[in-house]
Design a binder for this molecule. Structure first.
Ligand code: ZN
Length: 137
């Protein structure tokens, strides 16, 4: 298993605890508004579309596409040296929300805008698993 110590670990907050708990079980959760059905990510206490405070957590399909990306060729610190170069991508989930992640398990040069991808999880510790994306099957 890759050594993830030294990396920048996310720190779950009251707003994001549900999200990180689900990641640990390899489930990607996003919020959906009960009033207008709008999906959103990152988590907020109200709907960004209609301001309703009735936002629920739902499991995302994990299907997504690459909206934009860059290839990081210089590690930001020693902790990331082993996996450099790597792809940092803006991912658009099929439900609509976007998130920053990495595209993994493929040749970097094959990554393209519009590429269909699906979520996979990297276990960094007992508490933290990180959603990443690989080419869709
Ligand atoms: Zn709404």
């Amino acid at each position: 298993m890759t050594d993830h110590s030294g990396k920048i670990f996310p720190r779950p907050s009251p707003e994001t605890a549900v999200y990180w708990d689900a990641c640990r079980e390899h489930k990607l959760m996003i919020q959906q508004c009960h009033s207008c059905n709008h999906f959103q990510f990152y988590p907020r206490i109200m709907c960004t579309q209609c301001m309703s405070s009735e936002v629920n957590w739902v499991q995302a399909s994990g299907k997504a596409e690459v909206l934009s990306f860059t290839i990081v060729r210089h590690p930001v610190s020693k902790a990331y040296a082993e996996e450099t170069p790597y792809v940092v991508a803006l991912i658009q989930l099929s439900e609509g929300p976007t998130l920053m992640s990495n595209v993994i398990e493929c040749d970097l040069e094959t990554v393209a805008i519009g590429m269909p991808v699906e979520v996979v999880f990297e276990n960094w510790s007992e508490e933290i698993s990180i959603p990443k994306f690989k080419p869709a099957e």
